[in-house]
Design a protein around this ligand. Structure first.
Ligand SMILES: *Cc1c(COP(=O)(O)O)cnc(C)c1O
Length: 371
Protein backbone atom coordinates (compact mmCIF):
# COMPACT_ATOMS: atom_id res chain seq x y z
CA UNK A 1 0.00 0.00 0.00
CA UNK A 2 2.95 2.33 0.66
CA UNK A 3 6.63 2.47 -0.27
CA UNK A 4 8.35 4.36 2.49
CA UNK A 5 11.73 2.84 1.64
CA UNK A 6 11.97 4.33 -1.86
CA UNK A 7 10.73 7.63 -0.47
CA UNK A 8 13.48 7.51 2.16
CA UNK A 9 16.16 6.77 -0.42
CA UNK A 10 15.32 9.97 -2.30
CA UNK A 11 16.22 12.07 0.75
CA UNK A 12 18.57 9.61 2.44
CA UNK A 13 21.71 11.74 2.80
CA UNK A 14 19.80 14.68 4.28
CA UNK A 15 17.82 12.45 6.66
CA UNK A 16 20.86 10.45 7.75
CA UNK A 17 22.78 13.64 8.52
CA UNK A 18 19.85 15.08 10.51
CA UNK A 19 19.58 11.90 12.59
CA UNK A 20 23.33 11.86 13.21
CA UNK A 21 23.16 15.49 14.31
CA UNK A 22 20.53 14.59 16.92
CA UNK A 23 22.62 11.64 18.13
CA UNK A 24 25.60 13.96 18.48
CA UNK A 25 23.57 16.61 20.32
CA UNK A 26 22.12 13.95 22.65
CA UNK A 27 19.07 16.19 23.14
CA UNK A 28 16.64 13.38 22.41
CA UNK A 29 13.66 14.89 24.19
CA UNK A 30 12.45 18.50 23.75
CA UNK A 31 15.47 19.17 21.57
CA UNK A 32 15.88 22.00 19.08
CA UNK A 33 14.36 20.05 16.11
CA UNK A 34 11.05 19.72 17.98
CA UNK A 35 10.77 23.49 18.44
CA UNK A 36 11.87 24.13 14.85
CA UNK A 37 9.35 21.65 13.46
CA UNK A 38 6.56 23.26 15.51
CA UNK A 39 7.43 26.70 14.11
CA UNK A 40 7.72 25.44 10.53
CA UNK A 41 4.44 23.55 10.72
CA UNK A 42 2.73 26.62 12.17
CA UNK A 43 3.99 28.66 9.21
CA UNK A 44 2.96 25.99 6.68
CA UNK A 45 -0.54 25.68 8.13
CA UNK A 46 -0.89 29.37 8.92
CA UNK A 47 -1.92 28.61 12.51
CA UNK A 48 -0.52 30.33 15.61
CA UNK A 49 0.26 27.31 17.80
CA UNK A 50 1.54 23.80 17.07
CA UNK A 51 2.10 21.39 19.94
CA UNK A 52 3.97 18.24 18.90
CA UNK A 53 3.07 15.05 20.77
CA UNK A 54 3.67 11.30 20.73
CA UNK A 55 1.04 10.18 18.21
CA UNK A 56 -2.28 11.12 16.60
CA UNK A 57 -4.37 9.26 19.14
CA UNK A 58 -2.74 11.20 21.97
CA UNK A 59 -3.33 14.43 20.04
CA UNK A 60 -7.08 13.70 20.07
CA UNK A 61 -7.03 12.69 23.73
CA UNK A 62 -5.11 15.79 24.81
CA UNK A 63 -7.46 17.99 22.76
CA UNK A 64 -10.48 16.54 24.56
CA UNK A 65 -8.77 16.81 27.96
CA UNK A 66 -8.14 20.52 27.35
CA UNK A 67 -11.83 21.31 26.85
CA UNK A 68 -13.00 20.54 30.40
CA UNK A 69 -15.54 17.97 29.31
CA UNK A 70 -17.27 16.00 32.06
CA UNK A 71 -18.10 12.28 32.18
CA UNK A 72 -21.32 11.69 30.30
CA UNK A 73 -20.91 14.70 28.01
CA UNK A 74 -21.70 13.74 24.43
CA UNK A 75 -19.17 14.03 21.64
CA UNK A 76 -20.47 13.66 18.09
CA UNK A 77 -18.28 11.93 15.54
CA UNK A 78 -18.73 9.88 12.38
CA UNK A 79 -19.04 6.12 12.77
CA UNK A 80 -17.16 5.72 9.49
CA UNK A 81 -13.61 6.47 10.71
CA UNK A 82 -10.52 4.93 12.23
CA UNK A 83 -11.02 3.71 15.78
CA UNK A 84 -8.61 6.28 17.32
CA UNK A 85 -11.10 9.10 16.73
CA UNK A 86 -13.79 7.47 18.80
CA UNK A 87 -11.80 5.39 21.26
CA UNK A 88 -10.41 8.42 23.11
CA UNK A 89 -13.95 9.69 23.68
CA UNK A 90 -14.84 6.54 25.61
CA UNK A 91 -11.42 6.45 27.29
CA UNK A 92 -12.17 9.84 28.87
CA UNK A 93 -15.57 8.54 30.05
CA UNK A 94 -17.35 10.79 27.56
CA UNK A 95 -20.19 9.43 25.44
CA UNK A 96 -19.53 8.88 21.74
CA UNK A 97 -22.52 9.72 19.54
CA UNK A 98 -22.14 8.39 16.02
CA UNK A 99 -23.48 10.12 12.94
CA UNK A 100 -23.63 9.29 9.25
CA UNK A 101 -21.24 10.41 6.56
CA UNK A 102 -22.03 11.71 3.09
CA UNK A 103 -21.58 8.61 0.88
CA UNK A 104 -19.91 10.78 -1.77
CA UNK A 105 -17.18 12.40 0.34
CA UNK A 106 -17.04 9.80 3.17
CA UNK A 107 -17.09 12.73 5.64
CA UNK A 108 -19.55 13.85 8.35
CA UNK A 109 -23.04 14.66 7.12
CA UNK A 110 -24.14 18.03 8.60
CA UNK A 111 -27.85 17.06 8.64
CA UNK A 112 -27.10 13.88 10.57
CA UNK A 113 -24.99 16.00 12.94
CA UNK A 114 -27.81 18.49 13.50
CA UNK A 115 -30.24 15.69 14.39
CA UNK A 116 -27.81 14.14 16.90
CA UNK A 117 -27.44 17.26 19.07
CA UNK A 118 -28.92 17.05 22.58
CA UNK A 119 -28.56 19.28 25.65
CA UNK A 120 -25.61 17.08 26.69
CA UNK A 121 -23.67 17.56 23.45
CA UNK A 122 -20.39 19.39 24.09
CA UNK A 123 -18.13 18.75 21.10
CA UNK A 124 -18.01 17.66 17.47
CA UNK A 125 -15.13 15.70 15.96
CA UNK A 126 -15.25 15.83 12.16
CA UNK A 127 -12.73 13.63 10.33
CA UNK A 128 -11.11 14.64 7.04
CA UNK A 129 -11.22 11.06 5.87
CA UNK A 130 -8.96 9.68 3.12
CA UNK A 131 -7.52 13.18 2.56
CA UNK A 132 -10.78 14.99 1.71
CA UNK A 133 -12.08 17.81 3.91
CA UNK A 134 -15.28 17.41 5.92
CA UNK A 135 -17.86 20.13 5.12
CA UNK A 136 -16.47 22.48 7.75
CA UNK A 137 -18.51 25.57 6.91
CA UNK A 138 -21.88 24.02 7.83
CA UNK A 139 -20.29 22.10 10.72
CA UNK A 140 -18.79 25.30 12.20
CA UNK A 141 -22.12 27.06 11.72
CA UNK A 142 -23.97 24.33 13.64
CA UNK A 143 -21.28 24.39 16.36
CA UNK A 144 -21.70 28.14 16.71
CA UNK A 145 -25.50 27.93 16.94
CA UNK A 146 -25.26 25.38 19.76
CA UNK A 147 -22.07 26.56 21.52
CA UNK A 148 -20.11 23.38 20.77
CA UNK A 149 -16.37 22.80 20.45
CA UNK A 150 -14.98 21.49 17.17
CA UNK A 151 -11.92 19.20 17.17
CA UNK A 152 -10.75 18.26 13.69
CA UNK A 153 -9.22 14.85 13.13
CA UNK A 154 -6.76 15.82 10.41
CA UNK A 155 -4.64 12.65 10.64
CA UNK A 156 -5.37 11.76 7.00
CA UNK A 157 -5.45 15.21 5.42
CA UNK A 158 -2.37 17.25 6.26
CA UNK A 159 -1.90 19.83 3.51
CA UNK A 160 -5.53 19.74 2.40
CA UNK A 161 -7.13 23.13 1.58
CA UNK A 162 -10.66 24.11 2.55
CA UNK A 163 -12.46 26.80 0.53
CA UNK A 164 -15.18 28.82 2.28
CA UNK A 165 -18.10 30.22 0.30
CA UNK A 166 -16.59 33.72 0.54
CA UNK A 167 -13.49 32.44 -1.27
CA UNK A 168 -11.23 32.28 1.79
CA UNK A 169 -8.92 29.27 1.76
CA UNK A 170 -7.38 27.67 4.86
CA UNK A 171 -5.73 24.37 5.75
CA UNK A 172 -7.80 21.62 7.32
CA UNK A 173 -6.88 21.20 10.98
CA UNK A 174 -6.87 24.99 11.50
CA UNK A 175 -10.60 25.61 11.06
CA UNK A 176 -12.09 24.40 14.35
CA UNK A 177 -11.03 25.07 17.96
CA UNK A 178 -8.34 22.40 17.86
CA UNK A 179 -6.86 20.31 15.05
CA UNK A 180 -5.07 16.98 15.50
CA UNK A 181 -2.74 15.09 13.23
CA UNK A 182 -0.64 11.94 13.13
CA UNK A 183 2.87 11.37 11.79
CA UNK A 184 2.44 7.58 11.65
CA UNK A 185 4.87 6.39 8.93
CA UNK A 186 2.22 5.77 6.26
CA UNK A 187 0.46 9.13 6.75
CA UNK A 188 0.97 11.86 4.13
CA UNK A 189 3.58 13.44 6.41
CA UNK A 190 5.03 10.34 8.04
CA UNK A 191 7.84 10.02 10.55
CA UNK A 192 10.09 6.97 10.93
CA UNK A 193 8.17 5.96 14.02
CA UNK A 194 5.21 7.39 15.93
CA UNK A 195 4.41 11.09 16.17
CA UNK A 196 1.56 13.57 16.25
CA UNK A 197 0.70 17.23 16.67
CA UNK A 198 -2.06 19.52 17.88
CA UNK A 199 -2.96 22.88 16.29
CA UNK A 200 -4.86 25.85 17.66
CA UNK A 201 -5.26 29.58 17.07
CA UNK A 202 -6.12 30.17 20.74
CA UNK A 203 -3.16 31.13 22.97
CA UNK A 204 -4.84 30.09 26.24
CA UNK A 205 -5.83 26.72 24.81
CA UNK A 206 -2.31 26.26 23.40
CA UNK A 207 -0.80 26.80 26.85
CA UNK A 208 -3.16 24.24 28.35
CA UNK A 209 -2.56 21.68 25.59
CA UNK A 210 1.19 22.06 26.09
CA UNK A 211 0.79 21.52 29.85
CA UNK A 212 -1.41 18.44 29.44
CA UNK A 213 1.08 16.85 27.04
CA UNK A 214 3.76 17.37 29.69
CA UNK A 215 2.31 16.05 32.99
CA UNK A 216 0.20 19.15 33.60
CA UNK A 217 3.21 21.27 34.43
CA UNK A 218 4.24 24.74 33.34
CA UNK A 219 7.19 24.83 35.70
CA UNK A 220 9.09 21.60 36.24
CA UNK A 221 7.75 19.54 39.16
CA UNK A 222 4.79 21.88 39.76
CA UNK A 223 1.80 19.97 38.39
CA UNK A 224 -1.26 22.18 38.12
CA UNK A 225 -3.61 19.85 36.26
CA UNK A 226 -3.74 16.15 35.41
CA UNK A 227 -1.93 15.52 32.15
CA UNK A 228 0.03 12.77 30.48
CA UNK A 229 3.44 12.15 28.97
CA UNK A 230 3.16 12.66 25.23
CA UNK A 231 6.20 14.00 23.41
CA UNK A 232 7.55 13.89 19.88
CA UNK A 233 11.20 12.90 20.07
CA UNK A 234 13.96 14.94 18.48
CA UNK A 235 14.94 12.29 15.91
CA UNK A 236 11.40 12.12 14.53
CA UNK A 237 11.15 15.92 14.50
CA UNK A 238 14.43 16.21 12.61
CA UNK A 239 13.18 13.76 9.97
CA UNK A 240 9.77 15.44 9.75
CA UNK A 241 11.40 18.85 9.19
CA UNK A 242 12.98 17.47 6.02
CA UNK A 243 9.81 15.74 4.86
CA UNK A 244 7.67 18.81 5.50
CA UNK A 245 9.60 20.64 2.76
CA UNK A 246 8.41 17.94 0.34
CA UNK A 247 4.85 17.65 1.61
CA UNK A 248 3.22 19.61 -1.21
CA UNK A 249 5.14 17.57 -3.79
CA UNK A 250 4.21 14.36 -2.00
CA UNK A 251 0.54 15.33 -2.04
CA UNK A 252 0.81 16.25 -5.74
CA UNK A 253 2.28 12.80 -6.50
CA UNK A 254 -0.70 11.26 -4.75
CA UNK A 255 -3.08 13.40 -6.80
CA UNK A 256 -1.31 12.27 -9.99
CA UNK A 257 -1.83 8.63 -9.02
CA UNK A 258 -5.50 9.34 -8.28
CA UNK A 259 -5.97 11.06 -11.67
CA UNK A 260 -4.47 8.06 -13.40
CA UNK A 261 -6.85 5.69 -11.60
CA UNK A 262 -9.78 8.06 -12.28
CA UNK A 263 -9.01 8.17 -16.01
CA UNK A 264 -8.81 4.41 -16.38
CA UNK A 265 -11.81 3.62 -14.19
CA UNK A 266 -14.18 6.29 -15.50
CA UNK A 267 -17.12 4.87 -17.39
CA UNK A 268 -17.14 1.52 -15.62
CA UNK A 269 -20.55 1.28 -13.95
CA UNK A 270 -19.42 -1.33 -11.42
CA UNK A 271 -17.02 1.10 -9.71
CA UNK A 272 -17.42 4.64 -8.41
CA UNK A 273 -14.20 6.65 -8.21
CA UNK A 274 -13.62 9.14 -5.34
CA UNK A 275 -15.67 12.32 -5.41
CA UNK A 276 -14.15 15.72 -4.73
CA UNK A 277 -16.45 18.42 -3.37
CA UNK A 278 -15.90 22.00 -4.64
CA UNK A 279 -14.92 23.20 -1.14
CA UNK A 280 -12.05 20.74 -0.72
CA UNK A 281 -8.73 19.97 -2.31
CA UNK A 282 -7.80 16.30 -2.01
CA UNK A 283 -4.54 14.91 -0.65
CA UNK A 284 -5.50 11.27 -1.27
CA UNK A 285 -4.28 9.61 1.88
CA UNK A 286 -6.31 6.77 0.42
CA UNK A 287 -7.75 6.09 -3.03
CA UNK A 288 -11.03 4.42 -2.22
CA UNK A 289 -13.45 2.94 -4.73
CA UNK A 290 -17.08 2.05 -4.12
CA UNK A 291 -18.14 -1.23 -5.71
CA UNK A 292 -21.64 -1.63 -7.12
CA UNK A 293 -23.98 -4.09 -5.41
CA UNK A 294 -23.38 -7.53 -6.74
CA UNK A 295 -19.59 -7.15 -7.08
CA UNK A 296 -17.91 -9.71 -4.82
CA UNK A 297 -15.47 -7.54 -2.83
CA UNK A 298 -13.73 -10.43 -1.05
CA UNK A 299 -13.27 -12.02 -4.46
CA UNK A 300 -11.62 -8.84 -5.77
CA UNK A 301 -9.29 -8.61 -2.76
CA UNK A 302 -8.28 -12.24 -3.32
CA UNK A 303 -7.90 -11.80 -7.11
CA UNK A 304 -5.60 -8.80 -6.56
CA UNK A 305 -3.66 -10.48 -3.78
CA UNK A 306 -2.96 -13.49 -6.04
CA UNK A 307 -1.29 -10.99 -8.38
CA UNK A 308 0.72 -9.46 -5.52
CA UNK A 309 -1.43 -6.34 -5.47
CA UNK A 310 -2.32 -5.18 -1.96
CA UNK A 311 -5.72 -3.66 -1.25
CA UNK A 312 -7.38 -2.72 2.01
CA UNK A 313 -10.83 -2.24 3.49
CA UNK A 314 -10.84 1.02 5.49
CA UNK A 315 -12.62 0.11 7.75
CA UNK A 316 -14.24 -3.31 7.94
CA UNK A 317 -16.28 -2.53 11.09
CA UNK A 318 -17.80 0.94 11.64
CA UNK A 319 -17.53 2.55 15.08
CA UNK A 320 -21.15 2.01 16.06
CA UNK A 321 -20.71 -1.77 15.61
CA UNK A 322 -17.43 -2.10 17.54
CA UNK A 323 -17.59 -4.33 20.62
CA UNK A 324 -15.67 -1.73 22.68
CA UNK A 325 -18.70 0.58 22.58
CA UNK A 326 -21.18 -2.10 23.69
CA UNK A 327 -21.97 -0.16 26.90
CA UNK A 328 -23.28 2.73 24.80
CA UNK A 329 -25.71 0.51 22.88
CA UNK A 330 -24.63 1.99 19.56
CA UNK A 331 -24.92 -1.26 17.60
CA UNK A 332 -28.68 -0.82 17.68
CA UNK A 333 -28.48 2.62 16.07
CA UNK A 334 -29.75 2.69 12.51
CA UNK A 335 -26.93 3.87 10.23
CA UNK A 336 -27.79 2.52 6.77
CA UNK A 337 -25.40 4.79 4.83
CA UNK A 338 -22.42 3.83 6.97
CA UNK A 339 -23.31 0.14 6.83
CA UNK A 340 -23.59 0.23 3.03
CA UNK A 341 -20.25 2.04 2.67
CA UNK A 342 -18.53 -0.38 5.02
CA UNK A 343 -19.55 -3.21 2.73
CA UNK A 344 -18.64 -1.64 -0.61
CA UNK A 345 -15.39 0.33 -0.17
CA UNK A 346 -11.98 -0.89 -1.23
CA UNK A 347 -8.74 1.11 -1.16
CA UNK A 348 -6.01 0.59 -3.76
CA UNK A 349 -2.30 1.32 -3.32
CA UNK A 350 -1.51 5.03 -3.43
CA UNK A 351 1.76 6.68 -2.45
CA UNK A 352 4.46 9.01 -3.67
CA UNK A 353 6.60 6.45 -5.48
CA UNK A 354 4.21 4.77 -7.92
CA UNK A 355 5.10 4.55 -11.60
CA UNK A 356 2.95 4.05 -14.68
CA UNK A 357 3.95 0.41 -14.99
CA UNK A 358 2.70 -0.35 -11.46
CA UNK A 359 -0.48 1.62 -12.04
CA UNK A 360 -1.23 -0.17 -15.32
CA UNK A 361 -0.62 -3.53 -13.67
CA UNK A 362 -3.12 -2.66 -10.92
CA UNK A 363 -5.81 -1.13 -13.14
CA UNK A 364 -5.56 -4.04 -15.65
CA UNK A 365 -6.13 -6.50 -12.82
CA UNK A 366 -9.09 -4.57 -11.37
CA UNK A 367 -10.78 -4.25 -14.77
CA UNK A 368 -10.09 -7.88 -15.62
CA UNK A 369 -11.85 -8.95 -12.42
CA UNK A 370 -14.82 -6.73 -13.12
CA UNK A 371 -15.26 -7.74 -16.76
C1 LIG B 1 -3.88 7.47 11.96
C2 LIG B 1 -5.13 8.05 12.47
C3 LIG B 1 -5.27 8.45 13.81
C4 LIG B 1 -4.30 8.10 14.90
O1 LIG B 1 -2.99 8.35 14.69
P1 LIG B 1 -1.85 7.49 15.45
O2 LIG B 1 -0.65 8.35 15.23
O3 LIG B 1 -1.78 6.17 14.78
O4 LIG B 1 -2.20 7.39 16.88
C5 LIG B 1 -6.44 9.10 14.19
N1 LIG B 1 -7.43 9.32 13.31
C6 LIG B 1 -7.34 8.94 12.03
C7 LIG B 1 -8.48 9.25 11.11
C8 LIG B 1 -6.20 8.29 11.56
O5 LIG B 1 -6.14 7.90 10.28
Amino acid sequence: MVDTRTQYHRIKSEVDQAVLDVLESSAFIQGQPVKQLAAELAAYLNVSHVIPCANGTDALQIAMMALDLRPGDEVITPSFTYIATTEVIALLRLTPVFVEVDPQTFCMDPESLRKAITPRTKAIVPVHLYGHAAPMEPILQIAKEHGLYVIEDNAQAIGCDYRFSDGRIAKTGTLGDIGCTSFYPSKNLGAFGDGGAIFTKDATLAEKLKMIANHGQRTRYYHEIVGCNSRLDSIQAAILRIKLKHLDDYNQSRRNVASHYDRVFSGYPKITTPHQAPYSSHVFHQYTLKLATGVDRDGLVKFLSERNIPSMIYYPVPGHRQAMFAEFGTAGVNMPLTDVLTNCVISLPIHTEMDTEQLDYITDAVLKYLS
